[in-house]
Design a protein around this ligand. Structure first.
Ligand code: FAD
Length: 516
C-alpha cells in the first residue's frame, strides 16, 4: 500500500504540474519570455486576500520581482502592450481589495512587492540624513535599518507592518502628522514604473507631475519601486501619557490647542497627539490600549460620563538620556494648560522603537486568540473642525450605540502641513480630524450590522452636509470618485491619461475602467 500511496502522490504531482504548465501557456505567453530576475508564479492564493477579508482576488499570476525594478518595468510594459491589468501589492493591508485584481477577465497579474528581495534593499545615507528603500519594504524594516545609524524617519503610521509604497499611495498618518505632515510630505525622491512601463526617477525638481501625482495617488500612476525618505536623529525614549475627558468640546479644544503649537520649539510641544472615543466597555476591550488593563481598573463608573462617551487624549514626548532631566518639567508645563479629568493621568515610559511598534504587540495578542484574521469593515473619515461637534452628537452619541467592535481614533491635523500638489484629498478647512472606526466582525451578523452602521454614518454626514472626505477611500462608481476628488478630479484624470493611459494599474481601486 506504501507503493500505491507513492504512486498516488506522484500522479497528483504530475497532474498539478500539468495544470500549472498548461495554465502558464494559456496565460499571456509574452510573460514567459520576459527574462525576469524574479519569479512568476501561478500560486495566487495568498495574494488574493487582504486585511479587510471582504474581497477575494482573481489574479491569474503573481510576480515576485525580488527587488528588481527592471522586472516591474518589463511586466508593466508587456501589460501595456498586450492588454492585461497589473496591481502592486505591498503588504495587503487594505480593507476593500484595493491591491487586488477583482475580475478574471482583466487577466491580471499581482506584483508582490514585499517578498523575495535580497537584504540589500535599504540604504542609509548618514551625511545627508535620508534612507533609500525598495517600495515593498515594510516600515519596521526601514526603522530597524536607520536605527543602526541612530536615525529614523519623522512621520509615521500607528502600525509598522505596512509597505512604504502602500502607505505613500495613501498618505501615512499618525500622531506626528500635525508636526511633520503626513509621510508623503517627507519624501525626497521616488523611482516609479509608469503605466507605460517606463522606469522614471522623480522629485520636486524632476518629473514633478509624476512625483506629486504618485504621492497619495492610490497606485493609479505607477508602481513605486524606490523611495528616498528624510531622517532625523532618533530619540532614545518616549514618555507616553493618556488622560481622559468626559466633555467632548473640552477634549477637542485641548487637542486643537496642542496641534496649534506645531511651530514652537520641540521643548514647548508634544511630539505626538492622538485620541480615542470610548463608548462601550472599550477601556478593557480596546486592543490598542496597553495601559488600561483589568488589573488596573480605573474608577470609570465614578467618572461623570457625558451622554455615554468618554474621550481619551494620547500624547507623547521624545527624549534622550542627556536631556532626561528637563522633560518632567516640560510635560508639567504643557499638562497644566489642559482641562482633563485630574485623576485620570496614565503614564508609561519606553524605548522609542517600542513606542513606534506598539500596535504589533496588540496584533500578536489578537493573533494568539484567532482575532486578527477576521473581517474588518473599517471606516476612516476626515471631518472638518467646524462640524466635529455635530459629528460627535450624531455619530459617537447617536448612531454608534454602545457596541463599537473596536477602537475609534480621533485626532486633528492641519492642512498647511499637507502639500496641496499631491493627489490626496482632505477637507477644505485648515484644521480637520481623522476619525477611524477600526472594527472587527467576528461573525456574519456583526459584519452586516457594522456595514450598515458605516452606511448610516456616511448618510448622516451627507444629510447634515458635513463635508467629510474618506481616508483610504472606497468607492465603486466614477461619479462617486469625482465627488471625492472635487476640484482635484480634472488634475487626477489628466495625470491618469498621461501616466497610465490604458488604465491597467491598481484596478482594485475601481476609479477607472480597464477594458481588455
Ligand atoms: P496594499 O494594501 O498592499 O496596497 C494599497 C494600495 O496601494 C493598492 O491600491 C496597491 O495597488 C497600491 N500599492 C501598493 N504598493 C505599491 C507600490 N509600491 N507602488 C504603487 N502602488 C502601490 N494608515 C495610516 O495612514 N496610518 C495608520 O496609523 C494606519 N494604521 C493601520 C493599521 C493597520 C492594522 C492596518 C491594517 C492598516 C493601517 N493603515 C494606516 C492603513 C494603511 O496605511 C493602508 O492600508 C496601506 O495601503 C497599507 O499598506 P500596504 O502595503 O499593505 O498596501
Amino acid at each position: 500500500s506504501m507503493n500505491n500511496n507513492h504512486k498516488l502522490l506522484l500522479l497528483t504531482f504530475v497532474i498539478y504540474r500539468l495544470i500549472v504548465t498548461v495554465g502558464l501557456t494559456l496565460f499571456p505567453s509574452e510573460l514567459l519570455s520576459l527574462g525576469l530576475k524574479g519569479k512568476l508564479s501561478m500560486e495566487v492564493e495568498s495574494s488574493s486576500k487582504d486585511f479587510g477579508m471582504l474581497n477575494q482576488g482573481e489574479a491569474v499570476a503573481v510576480l515576485h520581482p525580488a527587488g528588481s525594478a527592471e522586472d516591474v518595468a518589463r511586466l508593466v510594459r508587456t501589460a501595456y502592450e498586450s492588454g492585461f491589468a497589473v496591481s502592486a501589492r505591498g503588504h495587503g493591508h487594505s480593507i476593500n481589495g484595493q491591491a487586488m485584481i477583482k475580475e478574471k477577465k482583466l487577466k491580471g497579474v499581482v506584483i508582490e512587492m514585499g517578498k523575495g528581495g535580497d537584504n540589500n534593499n535599504i540604504r542609509v545615507c548618514e551625511e545627508e540624513m535620508y534612507v533609500d528603500a525598495w517600495g515593498g519594504e515594510l516600515w519596521i524594516e526601514v526603522l530597524n535599518a536607520t536605527l543602526e545609524y541612530g536615525l529614523a524617519p519623522m512621520s509615521w503610521t500607528d502600525y509598522l507592518y505596512l509597505s512604504v509604497g502602500g502607505t505613500l499611495s495613501n498618505a501615512g498618518i499618525s500622531g506626528q502628522t500635525f508636526n511633520h505632515g503626513p509621510q508623503i510630505t517627507n519624501v525626497h525622491q521616488l523611482d516609479v514604473v509608469t503605466g507605460k512601463g517606463e522606469l522614471l526617477r522623480c522629485s520636486e525638481e524632476q518629473n514633478s507631475e509624476l512625483f506629486h501625482g504618485v504621492l497619495g495617488g492610490l497606485g493609479q500612476f505607477g508602481v513605486i519601486t524606490r523611495v528616498r525618505i528624510a531622517l532625523e536623529p532618533a530619540p532614545h525614549r518616549v514618555r507616553w501619557i493618556r488622560v481622559l475627558y468626559s466633555n467632548f468640546s473640552t477634549f477637542t479644544k485641548d487637542q486643537e490647542f496642542l496641534i496649534s503649537l506645531h511651530e514652537k520649539p520641540a521643548s514647548q510641544k508634544f511630539d505626538y497627539v492622538e485620541g480615542s472615543v470610548i463608548v462601550d466597555e472599550g477601556l478593557i476591550n480596546n486592543w490598542r490600549s496597553s495601559f488600561f488593563s483589568p488589573s488596573n481598573p480605573v474608577k470609570f463608573i465614578s467618572l461623570n460620563v457625558d451622554g455615554g462617551a468618554l474621550y481619551c487624549l494620547e500624547i507623547t514626548k521624545n527624549y534622550n538620556q542627556e536631556n532626561g532631566d528637563s522633560i518632567d518639567e516640560e510635560i508639567k508645563v504643557l499638562l497644566k494648560k489642559l482641562d482633563f479629568i485630574p485623576t485620570s493621568v496614565f503614564t508609561t515610559d519606553l524605548p522609542y522603537v517600542d513606542f513606534l511598534d506598539r500596535v504589533h504587540k496588540a496584533e500578536l495578542k489578537l493573533r494568539s486568540k484567532g482575532l486578527w484574521d477576521v473581517p474588518h469593515p473599517w471606516l476612516n473619515l476626515f471631518v472638518p473642525k467646524s462640524r466635529i461637534d455635530d459629528f460627535d452628537k450624531g455619530v459617537f452619541k447617536g448612531i454608534l450605540g454602545n457596541k463599537t467592535s473596536g477602537p475609534i481614533l480621533i485626532y486633528p491635523m492641519n492642512k498647511s502641513k499637507w502639500d496641496q500638489r499631491s493627489s490626496v484629498v482632505t477637507p477644505e478647512e485648515e484644521v480637520f480630524y481623522l476619525v477611524s472606526f477600526l472594527r472587527s466582525a467576528l461573525d456574519g451578523e456583526t459584519l452586516e450590522y457594522l456595514n450598515n452602521q458605516n452606511h448610516q454614518i456616511l448618510r448622516f454626514c451627507n444629510d447634515a452636509k458635513i463635508n467629510v472626505k474618506q481616508y483610504l477611500p472606497h468607492y465603486t462608481t466614477q461619479q462617486q470618485w469625482m465627488d471625492h476628488f472635487g476640484d482635484k478630479w480634472t488634475q487626477f484624470f489628466h495625470r491618469k491619461m498621461q501616466f497610465d493611459p490604458h488604465c491597467i494599474l491598481a484596478t482594485g481601486q475601481q476609479i477607472f475602467q480597464f477594458h481588455p
